[in-house]
Ligand binder design. Structure first.
Ligand code: HEC
Length: 166
């Protein structure tokens, strides 16, 4: 019985019907069914967006998304998920996790490593009170950072591969 006062009253009615009354046949919803509940999972899915029944008429898909045409109207989905047939359901399995990096990603990662090591060198040599510390600070740390920045910029300007997103 979560919800507002209306929900509480309905809850009471359910208790009454459960013990003293008789349920209406067929069971009916109090309000119209909001397509949002289905779209929450199915929006963007191929089986929804490209289904020929959803695209029979030009405006249909838009009307479903706008809640103008109900998913649950008779002859559409009066039975929604056939849980008894769950085992036979086909699930989308076409994907494999793509872990290979593009050239750009590899270059950016290298630049990142160079900068991190450069920063670490600077950090350590700053706290190291010895004349050679400055040499390390300026030459080693400086060139690592310089290389990091250079490889970052080079990676960006020489990137020719189309990005994965499109
Ligand atoms: C909690 C997530 C979720 C919600 C909410 C949901 N579905 Fe589904 N539905 C799924 C999944 C997962 C599948 C199985 C995978 C598939 O076929 O895309 C599925 C499958 C289906 C199928 C079979 C699709 C096919 O290609 O065989 C239909 C029809 C369907 N849902 C309709 C609905 C309707 C109508 C609603 C709203 C009343 C709804 N679903 C709400 C997750 C959901």
């Amino acid at each position: 019985m979560y919800g507002d006062v209306k929900a509480k009253l309905r809850g009471l009615r359910h208790v009454y019907v459960q013990y003293l009354g008789t349920p209406s046949k067929p069971l009916e919803l109090y309000t119209f069914y909001n397509n949002r509940e289905c779209l929450h999972c199915h929006l963007g899915g191929r089986s929804f967006e490209e289904n020929e029944n959803h695209t029979k008429e030009a405006q249909m898909l838009q009307q479903i998304k706008n809640n103008q045409m109900s998913c649950a109207t008779t002859d559409c989905h009066n039975i929604v998920h056939r849980v008894d047939q769950l085992k036979e359901q086909k699930f989308w399995q076409g994907w494999t996790l793509n872990t290979t990096l593009t050239r750009l990603e590899r270059c950016l990662r290298l630049a990142g490593y160079l900068l991190i090591v450069g920063w670490l060198v600077e950090l350590v040599t700053l706290h190291w009170a010895h004349p050679t510390a400055f040499l390390f600070f300026a030459l080693l740390g400086g060139s690592l950072m310089g290389l990091g920045i250079l490889s970052y910029l080079l990676a960006l300007v020489t990137d020719t591969e189309p990005s994965r997103e499109g």
